[in-house]
Design a protein around this ligand. Structure first.
Ligand code: KG4
Ligand code: ZN
Length: 347
């Protein structure tokens, strides 16, 4: 094993993540999720998430050190998510990382959460070719990126203009009576449904849309179409075929995501496509991407599902890249930036 020993802290949403890596080797990835506390609200409640991070931080840190079998004094640097994310949640991670860096006299790096979703794949599949395309799909983000250099050059080709893909899964699940978070439930329900049963719209996919929004996504029209379809059915006094609605909705999402990801590879000359974020665990998305990637001779890089959802190892993996390049540490005045653009990899 070689490379710097990095502690990574992630608190941008509802997962308190602490990861430890040495270069491209994963030593620990401990995650405490507050998702159960948000279930009854049908979405993440920022104040509840912040408090849960406070409570989970020390036990999660202790578990990570025990799993990696290291003492905190051994780490070379501390990396922490500076944004994008929920401001109150980010502040808990930043304060913890600053306290550790100060007490241990170690360099501190504030890094970009979205870039972390890309960097985590280094732990599973090693160095990235350049350029590499990346599709990030979660409850909070849906973006298509080109990665020319993991530590210094990431460009956003497009992103959602309304709901994130995971958010659409969560809202549609609610409409058809499935629990929060809806993604895994729709994924399972869809397995028994017919994806061609209902022709739901593919957002921003007409030739006119593509002129201005070639690499952008929109899922709010799809969500409304599902809501209307379900409502009409109920008004007619007929049952809602949950499996068919789930499968048809999922097909519309995965069709658009995979078509635009393939187009991004074509446009940038990328031979590899990396996927990340909670929705990257979706069975149909993985299958459709694999099929279309094979047709287009693109190598698909899919990190293991536990590394696709928010975690600390992704921040540690990005920290290791940044430290290896000898980039300057962030100052102690480092602040949370809820809207940090993906092009700012280190703050
Ligand atoms: O990356 P993540 O854990 O947290 C952030 O939002 O940053 O992603 C959570 C999202 C939720 O919207 C959830 O419904 C969705 O990922 N998700 C899925 C699946 N597993 C999780 N969506 C579709 N299919 C899945 N199997
Ligand atoms: Zn994320």
């Amino acid at each position: 094993m070689s490379g710097p020993l990095i502690l990574g802290i992630e608190t941008s949403c509802d997962e308190t993540g602490v990861g430890i890596v040495r270069g491209h080797d994963l030593l620990a990835n401990e995650v405490a999720s507050s998702v159960e506390e948000h279930v009854r609200f049908g979405g993440v409640v920022p104040e509840v998430a912040s408090r849960a991070h406070l409570e989970a931080m020390l036990p999660t840190l202790e578990r990570a050190c025990a799993t990696a079998d290291i003492d905190l004094t051994e780490v070379d640097a501390i990396a922490v998510t500076a944004g994008p994310g929920l401001v109150g949640a980010l502040v808990v991670g930043l304060s913890s990382a600053k306290a550790l860096a100060y007490a241990l006299n170690k360099p501190l790096y504030g890094v970009n959460h979205l870039a972390g979703h890309v960097a985590v794949d280094l732990l599973d599949h090693g160095a990235l070719p350049s350029p590499c395309a990346a599709l990030l799909v979660s409850g909070g983000h849906t973006s298509l990126l080109t990665v020319e250099d993991m530590a210094s050059k990431i460009t956003e080709l497009g992103s959602t203009i309304d709901d994130a893909a995971g958010e659409a899964y969560d809202k549609v699940a609610r409409l058809i009576g499935l629990p929060y978070p809806g993604g895994p439930h729709i994924d399972r329900a869809a397995a028994d449904g017919d994806p061609t049963a209902i022709a739901f719209p593919r957002g921003l996919s007409t030739s006119r849309d593509l002129i201005k929004h070639r690499f952008d996504f929109s899922f709010s029209g799809l969500k409304t179409a599902v809501a209307r379809w379900v409502e009409e059915r109920r008004l007619d006094g007929r049952d809602v075929p949950v499996a068919d609605v789930a499968a048809s909705f999922q097909e519309a999402v995965c069709d658009v995501l995979s078509a635009k990801a393939m187009d991004a590879c074509r446009a940038t000359g990328a031979t590899d496509l990396l996927i990340g974020g909670g929705v990257a665990a979706n069975g149909r998305l993985r299958a459709l991407l694999a099929e279309r990637a094979a047709e287009n001779k693109i190598t698909l890089r899919t990190p293991r599902p536990a590394l696709c959802t928010d975690n600390g190892a992704m921040i540690a993996a990005l920290g290791a890249e940044v430290v290896s390049r000898g980039l300057r540490p962030s100052g102690f005045d480092l602040g949370a930036d809820p809207g940090l653009p993906v092009s700012t990899i280190v703050v």
